[in-house]
Write a protein that binds this ligand. Structure first.
Ligand SMILES: [Mn+2]
Length: 322
């Protein structure tokens, strides 16, 4: 089915140029397998669908980046963080890859990988939006978790639970420390951050959200208002003159739809609600980038294919499929 792209993007050079980055990295958490997600998504035909069905001009270097050459010989814990050097090196490199696409005015689609990679993707688009348009960027973070622990509030030390803290500057690092490479023009304001789908938020994170006035729509809010009203409120908070980076963790979906993910939590979004979120953000014309993360094809023999299909559906919905 041909689905011509009808929404005119406000912050991209045109409506068909798309940069694709495949990130086979799992070092932000402890379960192997999430690095295989980009290949599973691509083997399911995602790139052909973007080209043939949705009519994008896809710029893709044809490889799933594992960043083997960047891996340190030793990587001791730092401030309680696991694999700090590896995550730092990968996200710094990824930030440049995303920036190279975004500065040309392309939409940037990144297939992860665990959610630590958002330190790279969001910093890359934020920098490009500052340079090209002199605008701050908003982030819609769709997730069961807030991923806003600082190294000090984190129980696990897994950096995939911390990316938002580094991206907002709520967790800082000395210039010579792992995330010291993040500059102000690569960060986002906590005021431009909106969460959707939360249902498993740590006590320390709740305090961070409260203290910083961060906008968050939990599953409770979705039950109360319905997903339509929640999207009206979320997009109203951001406003119509702000570029949006959508960071979609597949664990936002209920395990019924996406069981093959590292930290599944029951009571989540239906696949239709996930697609609806993506469609609404697409319709604004403000969407400049999408991350799809935390699909782990190795965790569930039965549910892996279903989880990959759910991921493909979220990507298509974000890119104008109707
Ligand atoms: Mn996440």
């Amino acid at each position: 089915m041909d689905a011509p792209i009808t929404i005119q993007p406000k912050f991209l050079s045109n409506k068909t140029e798309l940069g694709l980055v495949a990130v086979g990295f799992s070092g932000g958490q402890c379960k192997p397998g999430v690095d295989a997600a980009p290949m599973a998504l691509i083997e399911s035909g995602l790139v052909e669908q973007l080209k043939d069905d949705l009519k994008y001009d896809v710029h893709y270097d044809g490889q799933v980046h594992a960043y083997g050459d960047l891996m340190p010989k030793t990587d001791p814990d730092y401030r309680g963080m696991k694999n700090p050097k590896a995550v730092c090196a990968v996200t710094k490199q990824l930030s440049n890859q995303v920036y190279e696409h975004a500065k040309k005015g392309r939409f940037v689609l990144t297939l992860g990988g665990d959610h630590s990679i958002a330190i790279g993707t969001i910093s890359g688009t934020a920098k490009a939006m500052h340079e090209r348009l002199d605008r701050d960027m908003a982030v819609i973070w769709v997730d069961a978790h807030a991923d806003i622990n600082t190294p000090e509030t984190s129980d696990s030390g897994n950096i995939h639970g911390m990316p938002v803290a580094f991206l907002t500057g709520l967790a800082n690092d000395k210039p010579d420390a792992p995330f010291g490479w993040l500059n102000d023009d690569q960060r986002i304001s906590p005021k431009k951050l909106v969460y959707i789908g939360l249902r498993d938020v740590d006590r320390g994170e709740k305090k961070i959200l409260r203290d910083n006035g961060i906008k968050a729509f939990s599953m409770h809010d979705i039950d109360r208002y319905g997903i339509g009203k929640v999207m009206d409120m979320a997009l109203g908070w951001i406003g119509s003159d702000t570029p949006i980076h959508l960071s979609f963790d597949i664990d936002a979906l209920d395990p019924m739809w996406a069981p093959s993910t590292g930290t599944a939590v029951r009571g989540g979004l239906t696949l239709r609600e996930g697609d609806f979120i993506a469609e609404c953000v697409h319709e604004t014309g403000s969407l400049v980038a999408l991350d799809l993360v935390e699909v782990n094809p190795s965790l569930e023999e039965q549910g892996a294919a279903e989880t990959v299909r759910a991921g493909v559906s979220i990507v298509r919905s974000s890119l104008g499929d109707t």
